[in-house]
Every structure is written in structure tokens, then in C-alpha cells.
Design a protein around this ligand. Sequence first.
Ligand code: SF4
Length: 677
Amino acid sequence: MSNNFELKKRYGTCSKDCYGSCVFIGEWNDQAPEKKLLTAKPLKEHPFTSGFFCPKFNNREKLLYHPHRLKTALIRSGSKGFNSFKQISLEKAISLVSEKLTTTKNKFGPSSIVAAYYAGNSSLISHFSPIRFLGKFGATVTTGGICNEAGIHALSKMFGNYSTTNPFQINNPNNKLIVVWGSNLADRNNHAYFLVKKAIKNGSLVVVVNPIRTKLVENTTFFLQPFPGTDYLIAKYIMNKIIVSGEYDKDFLIKHVDNYKDLIAKVERIDENKIFHQTGLTGEILEAFVNILLKFQHKTLFIVGFGPQKYFYGGRNLNTIALIQIFLGNFGKLGTGFLFSQSGFNKEFIAPLMNYITCLKSYSPNISFPLVTLGPSLSSNKFKMLFIYNLNPANSLPNQTILRKSLSREDLFVVVLDMFLNETTKFADIVIPAKFDLECDDLITPYFLPGISINQGGPCPYSNCLSNYEIFQLLAKCNGWGDDILFQETQKEIFEKCVELLPKEVQQSIKLNGYYIPFAINDIPFEDLNFPTINGKIQIKQSDLELFDPKLDFLLCRNQNELYLLSPAHKSFIHSQMGEIHKEFEKDFSKIFLNPSDIELLGLVPGKEVLVTNKFNEAKFLLDQNNALKSGTALIYSGLPFINAVFKNVNYFTPEKPEESEKSGAFYSVIVKISKI
Ligand code: SF4
């Protein structure tokens, strides 16, 4: 069969908020009336993508041309809280938004206009180019996020850079032990899972620490299943035992760690029974963990997930886990280190790109507030207009009661840029249809395997769909800034300029391969153990171990009839995205899962509806059992990626109070009661 069209190949990168940042070759038929992307083939030669996507998104064409994709602009035709809209032309929508911008600015000042955005599309231009407009306009923007930012903040204070380790060390022959702490690799980071499985084949042992029995546990030496949020108590116990044994790395501590003596004093005495009780772990399992850590000192690598920092004191929780590796001197050596987020290695080479994309230097800094406080912040009448892009706050942000009340304000004009109608568009006055990542030239900076890769944008078949940059470019023109050089470039020109701003070797690599990775297999960042802190040493503060605060640590004081509530993402979704292509899992979001022993203890019946309550809300869920859960722990999947679901989003139960740094949310500092209906 002969093709009667010219097949175009373009490099692509999955821009989902995901560890993978999979790089692929997209095959396009640019002449096709609609389905222009034919296939996306994951690169075999990329050392992390390794020729496979995750099951969440191995058929991106289906989502790209899904019949529910928005193709026209919409204006509200009913009350807020419902997706009731009528279609309007793109020109009309832009002109209405522009008029609203002008009247709001004149009446209430530019800072009364807010832009909230996150990583729904994590590409650099998509994410940051609207700042050109918003900065010049003087609007308020959100900062921080809802994911790993608390951990990033805490580790940065400790090491000067939250990224310290080359992920290829997972497969270094010197590695003998991998500790996977608070991370469900099989479901959330399947490319790292693949590397860990390879390490196991090559002789590395694995220990998993997680309140949920993950798939990797099948291949581990042993498994610690603590109560949620008690990681720092485990770390404290381990440090105590390491110190008592005298086998901590004294030389490493003396040369490379500030204030280590204070820390030793802090963990010299512990109440073991209290730790066993509060963590739900036995002395035997903790002892075994200590022994294996000591046995493989200088041969152990930690992979730590984002879960342990989703508590009120999450950043410090994470720091205490890092302290174990510090006490053992497991940094700067082959096969060792601490993997959390490696995007810190990207900063140096993307800094000029960020300056170029945002042009922030031309303007005084925007007024801002933390994204995670969007709900409470918008309850203030001083904000009158809201832009939302790359974000679905009516799913993803905590305390939905407060958030939705704020979004429902009749005097708050809400503009949402998105590909699909969702929970957030229910509060929009205007919806503008957005382009997909693959339809825009852009750059992606991954956070597990560091580096940079590209999307060579293919054509979008829908003329009214725009990229974020293009939308704000049109608004700039309406605002009389058409001649301003800031808004004259096309997105492709910004992309090309960004590529030019990269170091020559990076440019060459992305032109040739579609990606650049700063590390070779054996590279050891900070091999000289000179960290980018004030004196080159790892910074430890006494407060790193002073986590007990009765107000925050209510998790440790729960009553017998209360359960911890975890809300991880479902393995088939990226948070609230992809509901359109994974309908078969909708039922999973109607459920609350409990360990069978808790079901029995509470006298409940699987398959029946139960009432879930806490101080923030109450709602009915179907009860189901899950043996993988630690007894005392309940699970409701986050995201709820289906509109008009009759069951409530788990974020009705999560606190509006953020993690103590206010960089991200305390989504797991939650306790619920479950009762019969
Ligand atoms: S969602 Fe993640 S693992 Fe799946 S294709 Fe995208 S980047 Fe890769």
C-alpha cells in the first residue's frame, strides 16, 4: 500500500507532570483534515524513556483528537458551578476578556487580576510565557505549587541544591542497596521502576518504606509499612542506632556537615516504645533496616517520593530521611546518593531561557501568593479577575469547600484556558480552547533524569485553539501593546531563540537527538563534596529534628475510630487528566479503600456505602477492601478526572493550611472517620 501523503517526523516530549518526560518521535500527516498525529514512538535510545510509555498515555492520539476536545471559545450561559456555556467566536472572547481587563484595572488596579497556573503542561514556554503579559500588566501571580515544592525548599536549605545525585547511579555496579521510600515506582515512575528492576537483576537489594504495599515489594529484601507521616520517627530511630553503633561516617560529618554535633545530641536519646507505637513498626524490622544500612554503607542509594513531604511539616520530614544518608556518608560516591527531584541540575542552563521567556527583567516583580492558598486568597474581595491555565484547581487544590466558594464569587471574572471542560471550567465566565503540548514548539526540563528535551510542534487542526502564549499575545494587541517587541515573536521564534541560548553542546544534542542529558552513566555530581551552601558544607539545623508540634502532629494522636487518609494519584491518570481516555476506571473514584482488618474492626461491609467525615466535610463513598494498605489507613484516589461525578473529590477533606513553607500542600495531614449509613 503506498502512502499518498508526506510523512513528517517530529521530536516530541510528554509534557505531563510526570517523572518520565518521555521523548518520542511523532509521525504526522500535516495534510490530514483532523487526525494529523498518526503515531508517537517512544525513543529506544533515550536511556530513561527506553522505548516505552506508561499505560496512562501510550495512546496520545486518542486524547489529542478526542470528540470532547474544546474547539471553540465559550461564554457562560447559566450560573456558576455548572458547565453551561454557549459558543462565541474567538475574536469576541478575546475582546470581552480584554475589556474586562481594562475595566478591572481602571477600577481596582492591576494587582486585582490574578493568574494561577501549574504543570498541567510543564513545558517552559507554555508555563512561563504568559508572564510577559502579566508582568507588564502588573497582575498578581501564584507561586510554588501543589507537588514537590516543600521538599525542594527543605533540601535546598540543607544542600544548597535540592538535586544531589545522578539517577544513573541506580545501576552503578558499586550499588548494593536501594531504599525506595514513599514512592510507588511501578505506578508513578515506571521508568525508574525499570532501572531498579535491572539493579535487582544485577545484585542490588531493595528495601521499601511505604504505608502502601507497592508492586516493588514483591522484589524486595524487606518492607517497612509505617503509619503515614511518621517517616521522621523512623529516621530518628535509625540515626540513634547508627550513632550508638559508632559506625556513622565521622570523617564525612567532620569535613562536610555543619552542626552535626548538635544533631547527634538530639538523637542520642529516644523513646523506642513510643516510636514503635507511633510508627506502627516493630523493633525487629527497624533493627533489620539499620543492619542492612550499616552493612552496605557507602553502597546505598535512596529514592524518595513526594508523599513524605505532603504533611504540615513535610519538608523537615524529608530532611530527616536525608539525614540517614548524611550520617552514613552516602554522598559523592558511586552507587550512593539521594534521589528526589533532579530538576535542580537544569537550573543553570535554563536560567537564560527563563529570563528570555518571561522578560521579567523589564518589569518590577509581580505581586504573588502561594498557589496552594488560592482558595483562601481569592476569598478576599480585592481580587476581581482570575486567569487559570495548565491547572485544574477545582480538582487539585486542597479544601475544595473554601476554593469553590471563592471561585463562585459573582464579582470574580474567571477565564480558563483548557483543552476540555472540567471541574474548573464550571466556574469560568469565558473558556478559551487551548492547544495540546504537541501542537506547540516548546522545551521540557524533566525532574527525574535531568536535562532538556523538545517538542517540535505539529499542526493543530482546530483554528480557534491557541497556545497560552498566543492567547496572551492577542490580549496584548487588544491592550495596545501590538508594537511592543515583547509580543511580536511567534512561539516558534521564542523556541528557536531559547535553543540558541543553550550551551553549544546542549544545542547540538537536542538538534541531533531531541534531548540532552547532563550526566554520563558514571558521573557523580558534588564528588568533591563541596555543596553550594554558604561554606560548602551540608547545613543541619536543630529544628530539622524538632518536628513534634501537638497542633500539627494530630496524626500521632488519632483516636481508635479514626483513620489516616492517603490520596495518591490513580495509576491510570495524571491527577485530573485523561478521564476522556480511561473511562473504565471511573468507578475507582467512587470508592474509599480500607484494609480488611479495619473493615472488620469498624463493623462495615465491603460494597456498601459509608459516610466519610472529618472537620472539613462529609461525603458518601463505596467501601472496598485493599490488602496493600497499612491497617489504620484509608485511601481515596486524587484527581477525580471525570466531570459530573456523583462522588466527591478527596480534596473536600484536605486542609487549606499548606505545608509549613507554604510552597505546597499538606494533602496527607488528614484524618477521617468512617461510619455505616
Ligand atoms: S505520562 Fe509520564 S510515563 Fe507516561 S508517557 Fe507521559 S511522561 Fe511518559
